[in-house]
Ligand binder design. Sequence first.
Ligand code: PEP
Ligand code: MN
Length: 341
Amino acid sequence: MIVIMQHGAPDGQIDHVIERIEQLGLTPHVSRGQFRTIIGAIGDKQPAHQQILESLEGVERVVPIMKPYKLASREFHEADTEVDVGGVTLGPKTVTIIAGPCAIENRPMLERIARIVRDGGGAILRGGAFKPRTSPYDFQGLGEDGLKMLRDVGDELGMPVVSEVLAATDVELVGRYVDMLQIGARNMQNFQLLKEVGDCDKPVLLKRGFAATIREYLMSAEYVLSRGNRSVVLCERGIKTFENELRFTFDVSAVPLVKANCHLPMIVDPSHATGARQFVMPLALAGVAAGADGVMVEVHDCPEDALCDGPQALLGEMFNELVRQISAVAGALGRKVNRGT
Ligand code: PEP
Ligand code: MN
């Protein structure tokens, strides 16, 4: 349920409503707007609860949230949410470009690629240190050493950084180095991991599982939000279908569908969706045209030597062209490429 307070309801009344929500065994989630406060009452709702809350002073009305994801829904929070990632705001006014190598291989390589990304118009640097590889014999990432390099290069170039955390027990470690924690597609329903990042104070980039429905996806976002972490960014990265010419099928419909039902920022990752650099640009543009708030792509200065995902990595000139084209599509929609801090 959402308790909508009257315009300008005083703090005392708001506090009393919060107290009553707690007494009913529900969890209050307060959202203070410019004119009015709304309070989500989330939990095991009983039929009598609505009436009890409606009778409290300062309450204008109480409405049930129909969607199974409550805090993620537009019913709970109508306006688009903005998420601050180390000083870069992801949200509806801009298109934010996140780019970097699939995996951090060594410091000089990371720095060279980061310069390409920054000079080309990327606002946030990505790089994997804990890699979720299909084969245990493939490069698994440099772990903490990689994270140190990422932090170092990000600081040197003035860019916030994002990296994947694979396990609940690593959240604290990865969180020490990054500005945003990435949950990969394979972990979208790792509920213990979702709870753990929900308890921390870092923004979370939650990728869609490749076999997840939109509803399941938003329920995963709900796990993070329900623990108190409101800074969640969603990412469409392709799903499995019967089509297998490309690595996955980029589900562009996910963007307007999610945005219609959910207030969180959403970006697209055409690199993992396609697995082939030739198709990264058209799908990035499709995602932006569909309303995405950002694009994440992989970049490498020598893809044939890349330890992971070389075939989908963009070279410098391709990345520059991608940003130019995104800028044109964004401009047609009244948005700008996010130039960061
Ligand atoms: C990644 O972004 O590095 C990655 C592994 O992506 P996904 O989880 O979408 O496969
Ligand atoms: Mn990759």
